[in-house]
Write a protein that binds this ligand. Structure first.
Ligand code: COA
Ligand code: MG
Length: 288
């Protein structure tokens, strides 16, 4: 999955529009885009939408962003949406693998009550939204079989750090957030799950957005979150490997297959060793 589009759960119009946006996944938001006194209404709206959308042909992957475990709102969120079986929940302000294990247990109870198989609903945590979370980025391996990836956030983190900004005048992330981004990549790799890049809130800045997609793809992220439908086609384009990249990867895999004992091969005057093989295999696997 490449593109994950956020949609506030209380907007029927945006929910409908999102279904035809071309996004690989929709994140129906019960958290930051919903005011506190609108939570109950938003839960009902999310459940009603999911009841229909889950049955739609060729539908996107459907996640619900619940409120964080610190808020006391998570249980009511899960009570409302678990019975309609979203593919996954997004867990914001997650502090390490322990938070994922905690959410796993909460989901297991709801699955039992709704007659769903255990482990049906997956978890995608936002792993860098508090200062404490940054020190727990190596703890996601083995936290839960529900873990499908790791993503990161800079908005809540900058509020917690007391920063006045998280990007510079060119819309590039400042150091504390580049650290969070790098930790997300490393944490995801250590847990053997894909890393998904964070949002770009300046949704009219197409050039800056495309640059950030390209840099994320270059560095190892396999997809990116969007807040506006216009961002979706750019994500899909940038994170779809080019035919040339796929052909290059296939050549590397083929060269090692033809030399089973080899630790290193040469193709077209360039050296490829085991890490290159692993990267090529991963790129080809993404296509399946
Ligand atoms: N999903 C689906 N549709 C969306 C959308 C989204 N995330 N964001 C905008 N749209 C729709 C609008 O409703 C509008 O539809 P219309 O043409 O039928 O009227 C169209 O796309 C163009 O929207 P635009 O006028 O450019 O933006 P806006 O001012 O209506 O909305 C935001 C701007 C930021 C409020 C909106 O993009 C949004 O709600 N984004 C998601 C916010 C969110 O979930 N944040 C939490 C995660 S950080
Ligand atoms: Mg937030």
């Amino acid at each position: 999955m490449r593109s994950f589009l956020f949609v506030p759960a209380d907007s029927g119009k945006k929910l409908d529009k999102a279904m035809t946006s071309g996004a690989d996944a929709l994140i129906i938001d019960l958290e930051d885009s919903i005011a506190l006194d609108g939570k109950a209404q938003a839960r009902q709206s999310a459940a009603a939408f999911l009841r229909e959308a889950m049955a739609a042909p060729n539908r996107p992957y459907l996640l619900v962003r619940v409120n964080g475990l610190q808020t006391g709102l998570t249980d009511a969120d899960l009570d409302a949406v678990a019975p309609v079986k979203p593919d996954a929940i997004m867990l914001p302000k997650a502090e390490g693998g322990a938070a994922v294990t905690h959410a796993d247990a909460k989901l297991a109870v709801r699955e039992a009550l709704s007659g769903l198989p255990d482990g049906h609903i997956k978890i995608l945590p936002i792993a860098t939204e508090t200062a404490a979370a940054l020190f727990l980025m190596g703890s996601f391996a083995g936290a839960s079989a529900r873990l499908i990836g790791l993503t990161w956030g800079a908005e809540d983190l900058s509020a917690e750090l007391g920063a006045h900004a998280n990007r510079d005048a060119e819309n590039r992330f400042l150091d504390p957030y580049r650290l969070a981004r790098a930790l997300c990549l490393a944490g995801a790799a250590a847990a053997q799950v894909p890393a998904i890049d964070t949002v770009y809130v300046d949704f009219r800045d197409e050039k800056g957005f495309r640059r950030e997609c390209e840099e994320a793809c270059r560095d190892g992220f396999v997809g990116k979150m969007a807040i506006h439908p216009t961002q979706v086609p750019i994500i899909n384009e940038v994170f779809t490997p080019s035919p040339e990249a796929l052909a290059r990867a296939q050549k590397i895999v083929d060269a090692f297959a033809q030399n089973p004992g080899a630790g290193v091969v040469g193709i077209g005057g360039v050296m490829y060793d085991r890490p290159h093989l692993a990267r090529a295999q991963r790129l080809l696997a993404q296509q399946r």
